[in-house]
Design a protein around this ligand. Structure first.
Ligand code: BQF
Length: 318
């Protein structure tokens, strides 16, 4: 329903997010601009409620160990939170923290009335079971949307706190006016935190209403292009650079690239690329998300929106 309801809004709203580039057939989807719009709306809503006398929302990050990517993700997300008017706190624990100690920390944060949302940055060290940890986060504070109760909610048609990356992709489609109703979507990748929630939302009654084909590591390589070529929307989250090429895309299809791969270019410099051959696909697709600047900024924006949702729910109960 949500996707169709947006058709009534002004057409100028979405054009600014689709950028033409010289020599390219496809429009580039400006995820950074869409994310900025979401973040601005979150900030304005928080400002209004704070002006009305409510205390500011508070988001707590828990980070374990010294993983460089995790450090930079958490610092980026906490900066975005502050800019939106969310109070943030980052708790850093040593690599050798036990699962019991981490569970005790989460339990304290669950009981802390000042904490509206929390997330434990993934991945965790191998001696800690990620499922046990994410399920220990109280569902009402689970702004990552990874708790099994929140997964059950959207899986059974009552979405509450959605995982941020899937929610970000749905938001891109909405704000660019790309309606998946009755269309064919090929989801390449079936991970617990991205592929699965996204394919679920995309076929759900009232959300995506699409026919969804799921391809994954056991899809025979010769079948993958057959599935992708049928699709009006190809959404890729595999972690394999250049998996999807121009010959696999139906002319005029929309391509959403969720991959974030660090590769060394020919000068030995580290470069960020997605799972799609961006240049090639740009010659045939109607629109494509870049990496960086596509889905990534939406993940951050939707985390802030989840924090707003969790905070408002708490305010309404007081
Ligand atoms: C961009 C993430 C894998 C594992 C854990 C902007 C982000 C990334 C890219 C970002 C991600 C990926 C995050 C861009 C958060 C997305 O401009 O393309 C922002 O900060 N992300 C995370 O917190 O944990 C991860 C990917």
């Amino acid at each position: 329903m949500a996707a169709r309801r947006l058709f009534s809004t002004c057409s100028l709203v979405f054009r600014e997010f689709l950028v033409s580039k010289p020599g390219m057939f496809a429009k580039v989807i400006d995820g950074k601009a869409i994310g900025a719009a979401v973040r601005r709306e979150v900030r304005e809503e928080i400002q209004q409620l704070v002006s009305a006398g409510h205390r500011a929302p508070c988001l707590t990050f828990v980070r374990v160990g010294q993983d460089e990517a995790s450090k930079s993700y958490v610092s980026g997300k906490s900066k975005a939170a502050r800019e939106a008017g969310i109070k943030d706190q980052t708790i850093v624990k040593d690599e050798d923290i036990t699962q019991e100690e981490l569970l005790a920390l989460i339990d304290n944060l669950n009981k802390d009335d000042e904490v509206d949302g929390m997330l434990v940055q993934l991945p965790l060290p191998p001696h800690i079971d990620e499922k046990t940890i994410v399920n220990a986060v109280h569902p009402s504070k689970d702004v990552d949307g990874f708790n099994v109760l929140n997964i059950g909610r959207f899986s059974s048609g009552s979405p509450y706190l959605l995982p941020a990356t899937p929610a970000g992709v749905i938001e891109i489609l909405k704000r660019c006016n790309f309606d998946t109703f009755g269309r064919h979507v090929c989801m390449v990748g079936r991970s617990k935190n991205i592929g699965f929630p996204l394919l679920t939302l995309l076929h759900s009654d009232g959300t995506g209403d699409a026919t969804v084909t799921i391809c994954h590591r056991y899809t025979p390589p010769e079948h993958l292009p057959i599935c992708t070529k049928m699709a009006d929307f190809v959404i890729v989250a595999t972690g394999i650079p250049n998996l999807i090429t121009k010959d696999m895309i139906k002319p005029g299809a929309v391509v959403i690239d969720i991959g974030i791969n660090r590769i060394k270019d020919k000068d030995g410099k580290t470069q960020l690329v997605g799972d799609c051959d961006f240049e090639g696909i740009s010659q045939v697709a109607r629109a494509i998300t870049p990496v960086p600047g596509g889905v990534g900024p939406m993940t951050v924006a939707m985390l802030l929106q989840n924090t707003l949702t969790a905070w408002k729910k708490k305010l309404s109960k007081q």
